[in-house]
Design a protein around this ligand. Structure first.
Ligand SMILES: Nc1ncnc2c1ncn2[C@@H]1O[C@H](COP(=O)(O)OP(=O)(O)OP(=O)(O)O)[C@@H](O)[C@H]1O
Ligand SMILES: [Mg+2]
Length: 247
């Protein structure tokens, strides 16, 4: 269980303070697919960076299985980080390495034995449907295939939490459907908790169990996808659903 409590993060830009996260409170249950939706600049990536401990908040906390992740250090922090997989906005693949080396990278860093790495990476190539692409470099892969490599790499260490930042924003409609199907399969097959950041309501509809709507750093609405989509309360949710235009 993940407990986000009063999470607040501001940035100072040209003597102006931007509240990227403003007292965010969320509970995410084990095994859930949790969507966080909002417009550009709402604070989505900042929240994801806090969840992966890449960013420290100004105040508030995130507890995972009862432990405040910002109080971890040394071995505990390393262990926590290797237990989460992140699929970044824009893939962030190593362009000078082929698909196999990209996916095996986190295991090599862990100094896993070669045979163990090969077995895991081959399993992942099967799982994400990229057999035969082992020696291909990212520049020769399509957007959907790159995303599959990024997903397999995030899964390599068998994490119990997977974070996706805009997994489909650069993909066409057909590829989006395939990637969302893959995300669902990951949740079912590996029983991993998944948090997806998106600005597309279709992503929420297709794969998420729960959703939180973020606007100017604040959670303005949350609940099951059914609840929120059938009975949206805030203007921003209605707008994201295309039900009301705010100009
Ligand atoms: N390192 C930073 N320095 C200054 N301002 C920042 C920094 N990171 C984020 N911000 C600001 O914080 C706010 C939230 O940014 P964030 O990247 O979290 O939004 P987002 O919801 O992910 O947007 P997008 O959908 O465009 O990716 C924005 O106003 C952004 O300009
Ligand atoms: Mg972002």
């Amino acid at each position: 269980m993940i407990k986000i409590k009063n999470l607040t993060k501001s940035f100072s830009v040209n003597e102006e303070t931007i509240m990227a996260l403003d007292h965010v409170n969320l509970d995410i249950q084990k095994g859930e697919v949790y969507g966080i939706i909002g417009l550009s600049g709402a604070g989505k990536s900042t929240l994801l960076r806090c969840l992966s401990t890449l960013e420290q908040p100004d105040s508030g906390s995130i507890e995972i299985e009862g432990k405040d992740i910002f109080k971890l250090s040394g071995n505990d922090l390393r262990k926590f980080r290797s237990n989460i997989g992140v699929v970044f906005q824009g893939y962030h693949l190593l362009m000078q390495r082929n698909a196999y080396d990209n996916i095996s990278f986190p295991l090599k860093i862990r100094k896993e034995p070669k045979e163990k790495i090969a077995a895991r990476v081959n399993e992942l190539f099967q799982f994400v449907g990229l057999q035969g692409k082992e020696r291909v470099y990212p520049s020769k892969l399509s957007g959907g295939q790159r995303q599959r490599v990024a997903i397999a790499r995030a899964l390599a260490t068998n994490p119990s939490l997977l974070l996706f930042d805009e997994p489909t924003s650069a993909l066409d409609a057909v590829t989006t459907k395939q990637i969302l199907k893959l995300i669902k399969e990951i949740n079912e097959h590996y029983h991993v908790t998944i948090i997806i950041i998106t600005h597309e309501i279709g992503v929420i509809k297709n794969v998420c169990d729960k959703v939180a709507v973020l606007n100017y750093g604040k959670v303005v609405e949350e609940g099951t996808v059914e609840e929120v989509l059938n009975n949206p309360q805030s203007d921003i949710t209605k707008m994201l659903l295309g039900k009301e235009l705010i100009i």
